[in-house]
Design a protein around this ligand. Structure first.
Ligand code: 9PG
Length: 531
């Protein structure tokens, strides 16, 4: 720790004492640290898996990302309009001595912002503890992770699984026969898990197999397990859509606002999304029964997605802070799923620690590097794409002592993929650095050479060394991600106007419905031609 700097800080808190390895432990509903220098860059740390995490110049505020209808599923909706540099639970600035000054909460429901020369931390409800550290970035973040481990716990699984996941090739167009074919085509490639993603269920909230899975989900898992692999399943258990019977059967289980309207959890699958109240005893019992059911079907790896829904602001059956309410729900899910591998996704970061084995730590990848429309016009760094996934994942690797950090899948295929060989290489290297390997490539799309690359990647256990914020050594090969994660320019003038228009259109449910229908049609066409 940088002792000289720490001595010069002016700390305001109810209680403050030196931390064992340098820095300070503070307590208080609101704490502040006065900086003895003018900071130039701030570490934005987004709320959930998909939200942006990145260093950014303080004099270049982040433009408001669009469309607004997706804010609940891409940001912390409470802090969308915060004008100052800010982030969930933690924040940091670079110091003149090439280190960082860091403030992070040790409890849930906390937020940090930079007000001029003051880092301020606040608990949303009540009070709690904080850690202040200064010095080398990797060392300070490791110390913070260590303190969190003591309070929140850690994942239980030593070795991260190697996963084949159905999403980034087949999307919702999966069916029983197709998955059997993929499983056969994978042959003896050493994937530990074959994970069925979105597309098997009747509806979001109606977790029974649809007509594309006539033999049932238990028959499918038996087939997967017969190949020597663990069967994995995707669910979004905390979401409910109006087309699901649950929405009408249990209106009292929905998270509501002060006026009694269901709280928006975003918009997807051509429908508005709503959230279950994870403090409602009957809803919790239903969630536990759901976990027991899918375990009973034979799925021992669960990817639970869109989990942020459980931590949105609203009125609950029990008057708990929102992240505490979420964590109680997660605890019930964890206990009911027993010893299954638990991957959280779309998950608020801190309140998931200790209850899951792995966590998606960035937004979705895609078979493209960046969408200029989304990145520039919509100023949205959370939509699917290689660059967005790379950027945020790199800023969340500090979580690796606490859980397996899932950077999302990597691509080897050249078929149906617009990533350049270099971009594919960056994502592959990221998977090695993050220590979690997954792909969605259809084996039938690989050339013989690509299949060989997959085999080599799956078997690799490289020596890893972190050289800097974005630079690593993988065995003896230096890798620098730094040049590839620049933030897009802030839209001005005509682009800003275009962005406003597209953002407005993108917030209209009828537009999103049309886009969804078009997407489904394009997917069917793609499958007819390629599978
Ligand atoms: C299945 C997918 C995959 C994927 C998940 C998640 O902000 N959004 O609109 C948004 C939509 C979907 C999404 C992420 C963000 O993808 O990350 O791996 O499981 O659901 O529907």
């Amino acid at each position: 720790m940088s002792a000289k700097l720490v001595e010069r800080l002016i700390i305001t808190a109810e209680k403050s004492r030196p931390a064992p390895d340098g820095g300070f432990l503070l307590s208080g509903a609101e704490v502040s640290v006065e900086l003895p220098f003018e900071p130039a860059r701030y570490l934005y740390h987004g709320w959930q898996s998909w939200s942006l995490a990145a260093w950014r110049e303080i004099d270049q505020p982040l433009p408001l990302q669009k469309p607004a209808i997706l804010h609940p599923m891409q940001l912390d909706p409470v802090h969308v309009r915060d004008a100052r540099p800010n982030g969930s639970w933690l924040g940091a600035v670079e110091t003149p001595e090439e280190g960082i000054l860091f403030l992070g909460s040790l409890g849930l429901d906390a937020h940090v912002e930079l007000d001029g020369r003051r880092l301020i931390g606040r608990y949303e409800a009540g009070s709690g503890d904080w850690f202040v550290g200064a010095g080398d970035e990797t060392t300070v973040m490791a110390r913070y992770a260590d303190l969190l481990a003591k309070r929140l716990g850690q994942g239980r699984v030593a070795t991260p699984p190697r996963v084949w996941c159905s999403w980034y090739s087949l999307y919702t167009a999966i069916d029983e026969a197709l998955l059997h074919k993929v499983l056969a085509d994978l042959g003896d490639l050493p994937f530990d898990v074959f994970q069925v993603d979105d597309g098997w269920q009747r509806a979001i909230g109606d977790w029974e197999p649809n007509a594309k899975f006539p033999s049932g989900m238990d028959a499918l898992s038996a087939h997967i397990r017969a190949s020597g692999r663990i069967a994995g399943l995707w669910l979004a258990p905390l979401l409910v859509v109006p087309s699901a019977p649950l929405y009408h059967q249990h209106p009292d289980w929905l998270l509501r606002d002060e006026k009694g309207h269901p709280v928006s959890a975003g918009f997807n699958w051509g429908e508005p999304l709503y959230a279950l109240d994870t403090t409602h005893p009957a809803a919790l019992e239903w969630l536990a029964a759901l976990m027991r059911k899918v375990r009973g079907w034979g799925y021992d790896y669960l990817k639970l997605d869109f989990l942020y829904a459980g931590a949105l602001p609203g009125k609950r059956y029990l008057d708990l802070p929102r992240e505490a309410a979420y964590r109680n729900g997660l605890q019930v899910l964890r206990e009911a799923m027993g010893d299954a591998y638990f991957l959280t996704c779309g998950a608020p970061i801190l309140p998931s620690i200790g209850l899951c084995d792995g966590m998606r730590v960035g937004p979705d990848v895609a078979d493209l590097w960046v969408s200029p429309r989304d990145a520039i016009l919509l100023a949205n760094p959370t939509t699917p794409g290689g660059q967005n996934a790379l950027r945020t994942t790199l800023h969340r690797l500090w979580l690796s002592p606490l859980l397996h950090t899932d950077p999302d899948v990597v691509y080897f295929r050249s078929r149906r993929c617009s990533l350049s060989p270099q971009e594919k290489g960056l994502l592959q290297d990221l998977s090695l650095v993050a220590g979690f390997k997954a792909t969605s490539d259809l084996p039938a799309w690989w050339t013989a050479e690509e299949r060989q690359q997959v085999q080599t990647w799956l078997e690799a256990r490289p020596r890893l060394q972190r050289l800097g914020r974005y630079s690593f050594k993988i065995d003896d090969r230096p890798v620098d991600f730094g040049p590839h994660i620049a933030m897009p320019p802030t839209p001005r003038g005509l682009q800003k106007l275009q962005g406003k228009l597209i953002g407005w259109l993108g917030s209209q449910p009828f537009v999103l419905r049309v886009l969804f229908k078009n997407g489904e049609r394009a997917l069917q066409k793609m499958l007819a031609e390629n599978v």
